[in-house]
Design a protein around this ligand. Sequence first.
Ligand code: 5AD
Ligand code: SF4
Length: 455
Amino acid sequence: MNSPVRTPKKLHIKTYGCQMNVYDSERMADILRPLGYEMAETSDDADLVVLNTCHIREKASEKVYSEIGRLKEQRGEKEARGGGRMTIAIAGCVAQAEGQEIMNRAPAVDLVVGPQAYHQLPELIARTTRMKGERLAADFAPDAKFDALTAERTVTGPTAFLTVQEGCDKFCTFCVVPYTRGAEWSRPVASILEEAKALAAKGVREVTLLGQNVNAYNGTGGDGQPSTLAKLMYALAEIDGIDRLRYTTSHPNDMGDDLIAAHGGLAALMPYLHLPVQSGSDKILRAMNRKHGRAAYIDLIGRIKAARPDLALSGDFIVGFPGETDKDFDDTLDLVRTVGYASAFTFKYSPRPGTPAASMPNQVPEAVMDDRLQRLNALIVEQQQAFKETLVGQVLPVLFEKRGRYGRQAIGRSPYLQSVFVEDADHLMGQIVPVRITALGNNSLQGALLAPVEA
Ligand code: 5AD
Ligand code: SF4
């Protein structure tokens, strides 16, 4: 008897939110590949659709329900075509925070899986096809997840994310992360090194270490003692092929002395740091439970810049936190002017159910938030441009990541994280090559090779 031809099943994953979700989506695809799932660009024909959701601000989580509605229609059309069933799975932080509610409110959803339970996906999918058993997995045990994930990863270019830490114990009063991602937890050094070696073997040159509080990293080292992020990065830099390291996101209070020193002493560590401060007002920082003041942050930046004078800084800012006055907002503008940012992410405060700030008095009207956001953005854009202008004329090592749209154009990244567009460079994919920065683009830089470079 002929065995039936096994047609691959199609998997579509839609990712919302932060870089850790991007990493998690890749890992979910890795787990499902052995079950015969191949990636599909769109959802319309997919046998399994995973929405990897974000709960950080209201807008982000609202999107989930409208997307489920859209998928329900596509599922009907697919079945009507005789295309078989579409399984709908909700993953990520909305799944963690509102799992049962999703199951009740959106019966079209087949299964819900929280960020620490992705390794259970195959089993959950099997249960839903048999239509019995629990369809919700939202435990808090990252070690079980990482133990169950193999080091085998599919790599799409010379850069990759690598999660080394998850969760947060800081409890900033506006933030859902401590509730959706659980307590701070670090992966052991050995398992990170193993994953990084596998990435390097597949041509990865730059690794961005991820964690909600990545600089609080304290995973167990080879000697059985807790490591620090700095120690971990020195070990990673030893791996043949790993030339560049970055890490995100950090809390100011966890910038240890050895980490600050690494910014000066570890050549592989790129001169770019995302170090959110959220506000420049001491009163607001206290109400946010950030556990540090304005002066401590400015002093810290000074110490890191002493170690690495060309450091490019990035940050996160929230405008309109409850009780924020014009004076408090001016303090934020003033801090931005004092520090100087190469880029920054700015947000209007969004009350999140269950967080202390949501029930604080003096919530700031939307129109005031809009005005403040606009003014802060204008200042940030100005600083971003000014920073990029300092790069024009410089020769920077660029890691080429992908082809551009025109001719033999290639796009790479500067050490300071800007995209650099270079003509006649598409043979240099995956290489780090000196490039002279010639002009500013909109969100990028233009550059030219110093001389024709052999592949
Ligand atoms: N409202 C607005 N922005 C928020 N962030 C986190 N929670 C909220 C909220 N409730 C921002 C912070 C954080 C970034 C990831 O998202 O600036 O650093
Ligand atoms: Fe959220 Fe970051 Fe504060 Fe943790 S440190 S509660 S992740 S904003």
